[in-house]
Structures are given as structure tokens and as C-alpha cells.
Design a protein around this ligand. Sequence first.
Ligand code: NDP
Length: 293
Amino acid sequence: MASRRHPPISATTRLTAVFGDPVEHSMSPLMHNAAYEALGLDRRYVAFHVTAEMLIAALRGVAALGILGVNLTVPHKERAMRAMDEVSSEARMLGAINCVVNRRGRLIGDNTDARGFERDLRALNVGVSGQAVLMAGAGGAAAAAALAMTRLGARTVVIANRTSERARRLARRMSRITGGRTDFRWRALDALIDPDLLGRVACVINATSMGLTTRRFAPLDYSATPYDCVFYDMLYSRAPTPFIQGAMRAGRRAADGAGMLAEQGDLAFRLFNGVAAPPGLMRRTLMRALGRG
Ligand code: NDP
């Protein structure tokens, strides 16, 4: 139920939104609207099912309709670049946009994936400074995770991907972007069963869509990792993901990407609205919706 301070939808209500295909599963409306309600703002956040073919037209609509800002999810993050008037250095670095801010009709593209991931790892007290990290995946989420790893001081990041050529390209790009602060290496997915490598990693990250598109994760020798190794799945779901289930069976610490989504929600809210959401509200709202207290 709307709070007494939350104005009903009227001719003055302003919108923010998420564009995706599919988009019906998105938890963003829930988080953002909880913050609007708590702050009593005359704003609403909605989800638009936008196909790849309609993305550019939909983005023009953002400026035309005075929509304050939109989040972009699959499959729009890369394609949106060409419709921006300005792109943040971080979005340019990652080659993808997940947040579009409408500044008086000018569309500014940004990317909060790396910052959201970094904030969640800090919240979870996951330390990788001076340590080795193994990451599965070489797409946009993996690039964001790689950037966050450098910012958190990781010494080595091994990027393992089904298409190892893509892992090689990402490793090279990240080395260039981060000025060699982290040693980026690449492998095929067999790295996930390499006991020598697994024996010295502080964290294993799933930045693939395995578990979403497939019901299982790739073969991974969880028990070869140190006891205090942390497993982080960028996917999230109500029930533990296949990647997380394996970590739990091996008695390792594990987290999914729900916290990252909440942190990104917080960052996007501030970008769109110029004010911060009440601290922790978006995270609590999301966790409650996922049945976690
Ligand atoms: P991309 O499409 O850019 O990359 C997908 C990755 O998954 C590639 O590395 C691909 O390998 C790999 N992959 C897909 N299917 C398989 C398979 N069957 N076997 C092995 N590898 C496979 O996606 P993104 O990087 O944008 O997203 C990756 C995941 O991260 C998504 O599930 C997304 O939901 C999640 N994510 C979560 C966020 C959050 O806030 N929690 C934010 C952003 C993303 P290959 O190169 O060989 O095709």
C-alpha cells in the first residue's frame, strides 16, 4: 500500500524505467518504487519490454517523453552506445551501458556494474587484495568483475571461458585498461578443474550465464580450493544457483548476485533522481522479495 506521503499517479508524475528483452522477471521496479515511496517522491519506476530492433527508437522516446533515466539489461548494453550524446569513462572502458541518464534531453550513458559488484564484495567482507582470483566468463559482466578485481587489489585474475579466444581478448583489454596493476591471464573452462590453480585462489566468480540458460554449471572441483575461498555467482535467484549449490556442498562461503543488483539499484537511483535512496532500503526490499528475511 502507498504511504501517506507518496503522491498517487497524476499529471505531474515522472518516470524512470528498465528496458530489456525479456524484462518481466526484473526486480528493479520493486526496489526503486520502494525508495520513491519511502521518500514520498512523485515518481514511478516501470519495466518496458523493448526488443533489440526497437532499442534506438525507445531511447529516443526517453528524451522525448522526459523519462528521467533508464536501466538497460540484456540484450541492450552494447548496442545502446550509439544512441548516447555522452558516455562516461567507465562505460567506455567496459564497452557497455547499463544506465542512461536524461539530462535536459541529452542522454548520458554510464555503467554501474563494476561499482555495484565492488560495493557488494566490500559489504560481504570479501578481500582479494594481493590474491589470485578465478573468473568464468568473458562477456560484459566479466569485464565489470575484472575491473572491480583490480580496484580491490587482486594480484592475478585468471579468466576462463568456453570460447578461450574471447577470454584472451578480455584479458588483454583489461591489462591495457588497468595499466598492468593486475596480472590478467586466460584459459579455457578446464581451468575450473585444475587443482594447481584452484589450490591458490581466494575467490571464484561465475560471470557466465550458465545456471540461467542451463540448469547446471560447468565441471568445477570445489574441494580443491582453500577452505576460506569465496564463491560468487553474478546470477541470482530465489533458490541457490547450481554454482552456489556446489560451493555449499563443499562447505565453502558463497554469495549470489542479488547484493550486486541492490548496490547497482542504489547507484542508479542516485544518478536518475539526484538524491540517494534510504540506506539499505533497496537491498532489504530485494532480499525480502527473494524470500531471504
Ligand atoms: P554475455 O552474453 O556478455 O556473456 C555470457 C557469458 O556466458 C560468456 O562468457 C559465454 O561464453 C558464457 N556462456 C553462456 N552460455 C554458456 C554455456 N552453455 N557454457 C559455457 N559458457 C557459457 O552476458 P553478460 O556478461 O552480460 O552476463 C553474464 C551473467 O551475469 C548473466 O547471467 C547476467 O544475468 C549476470 N549479471 C548479473 C548482474 C547483477 O547485477 N547481479 C549484472 C550483470 C550481469 P562464450 O563467450 O563462450 O559464449
